[in-house]
Design a protein around this ligand. Structure first.
Ligand SMILES: Cc1cc2nc3c(=O)[nH]c(=O)nc-3n(C[C@H](O)[C@H](O)[C@H](O)COP(=O)(O)OP(=O)(O)OC[C@H]3O[C@@H](n4cnc5c(N)ncnc54)[C@H](O)[C@@H]3O)c2cc1C
Length: 396
């Protein structure tokens, strides 16, 4: 038995597993590689705390909460900004927490390029968390460790997706753990792709280029510019730049089922600070955007404003507003693609090359021929004929 009957109702945050007083819940991988909380019925005492703590399925009255104070910001130091995905806000905020003797939690790689949440007490360990990893991070026992740190009086910055932060907040409130020393920082989230698809991409690259991955960058802004989205893989000392994984990510077929009904896609966030790319900043502040990364900063609470003030000395920033920054993930979740079921059927039954040919724009001669046919058809044929051709190409 699982905590939720429907996969769409679970974002995998681990609050339910952590609150279980008899350790009856474990996070189990499904066939797509996403983790879901499974209840050991022999151990379960039917207290129902696992369902009570779940924030994802609660009713959220966003209109009752205050709107954030909005900034566009970037680190003054080019070196610091280059080491981060956007404007380097996470590093600036976490530097302030480390300077107070605090601890920082965020997503980093393990030794096998899997993405997991880690704990850091030094800048060196914190630096592993820099850079966006566009795959769902494995939380392991992170929520438990955050609770222990807070109980021990430590100052804590936890960073993660909005659903991870909301799950942690609900857990701490339900367990009555004091949160005055906690800074919750969420990243605006498009949706989290499947670890299995990410792993299949890596295996494909290792096989194709006959070696182990030595480095991987989900979005190489330093080579291609912040506005581009190209991933770089280093194997045998050579760098391969592709858009294969990017296309799978933005195709939305590989996102976690709950992402399509994510309740947290709103301008109001339950965290102290929300950070992301400031897409669209070039429209109202073109001189501020040098294509090396600008962060959007939403200050959601007084605590968030306090931490931002502590970081300001290292930042260049401009005041903005809740209208100019409205990218889609701040308004609504992306819808479940009509191709999702077919994608997963193909993923499970066909070679990964098939997935790349049919679900990316960047792989193999067939893909390029198809694209040319589609483009030509659009200019010379009526709509009904184009739909027919598209269907036929999808089957081929
Ligand atoms: C899956 C995903 C989807 C995203 N979608 C959008 C989007 O649609 N629009 C947008 O503007 N920005 C999006 N971002 C956020 C953006 O890419 C940057 O991560 C963010 O702007 C922080 O940049 P930085 O320079 O301040 O931080 P950096 O110094 O680069 O630090 C990275 C931060 O992101 C966190 N992080 C990295 N990977 C993960 C992960 N897998 N799960 C949880 N936390 C993670 C780290 O813990 C750290 O706090 C997304 C990030 C991820 C991971």
């Amino acid at each position: 038995m699982y905590v939720h009957d429907k996969k769409e109702d679970c974002c995998g945050c681990t609050a339910c597993m952590t609150i279980c007083s008899v350790n009856a819940i474990t996070m189990e991988n499904d066939e797509e590689g996403f983790k879901y909380p499974k209840i050991n019925e022999k151990k379960c005492i039917h207290c129902n705390m696992c369902r009570k703590v779940c924030d994802f399925v609660k009713q959220h009255d966003w209109d009752a909460l205050p709107r954030p104070v909005v900034y566009a910001a970037k680190q003054k130091s080019d070196k610091e900004r280059a080491a981060s995905q956007s404007g380097g806000l996470f590093a600036a905020l976490s530097d302030a927490v480390l300077a107070m003797g605090g601890v920082v939690y965020g997503a980093a790689y393990d030794g096998e390029w899997n993405v997991i949440h880690k704990r850091a007490e030094t800048k060196k360990a914190r630096n592993e968390m820099r850079g966006s990893k566009y795959v769902q991070s494995d939380m392991q026992d992170t929520f438990h460790r955050v609770g222990e740190d807070l109980k021990n009086g430590r100052i804590v910055l936890f960073s993660g997706t909005h659903c991870q932060c909301a799950g942690l907040k609900s857990l701490l409130e339900t367990c009555r753990i004091k949160t005055e020393n906690l800074y919750l920082v969420d990243i605006v989230c498009h949706g989290v792709p499947s670890p299995n698809v990410y792993r299949a991409f890596q295996t494909f690259m290792e096989k194709k280029y006959s070696g182990k991955i030595e480095n991987f960058n989900f979005r190489n802004k330093n080579k291609f510019g912040w506005h581009s989205h190209v991933e770089s893989t280093i194997i045998n000392g050579k760098q391969y730049d592709t858009k294969l994984y990017v296309d799978l990510f933005y195709g939305h077929n590989a996102l976690r089922p709950s992402c399509y009904q994510c309740p947290y896609k709103h301008i109001v966030h339950v965290t102290d600070i929300t950070i992301s790319d400031y897409w669209g900043v070039e429209k109202w502040a073109p001189d501020f955007d040098d294509n090396r990364g600008i962060s959007l900063v939403l200050l959601n609470t007084q605590n968030g404003k306090k931490l931002f003030d502590l970081s300001k000395a290292h930042l260049d920033y401009l005041k903005s507003n809740t209208k100019d920054c409205l990218q889609p993930p701040l308004q609504h979740p992306f819808s479940r693609p009509a191709t999702r079921d077919q994608f997963w059927q193909d993923f499970e039954n066909k070679p990964f090359e098939y997935i790349l040919t049919h679900y990316t724009n960047d792989y193999g001669w067939k893909t390029h021929v198809k694209k040319t046919i589609k483009k030509t058809a659009k200019t010379v044929l009526p709509g009904s004929a184009i739909i027919f051709i598209k269907k036929a190409l999808r089957k081929s």
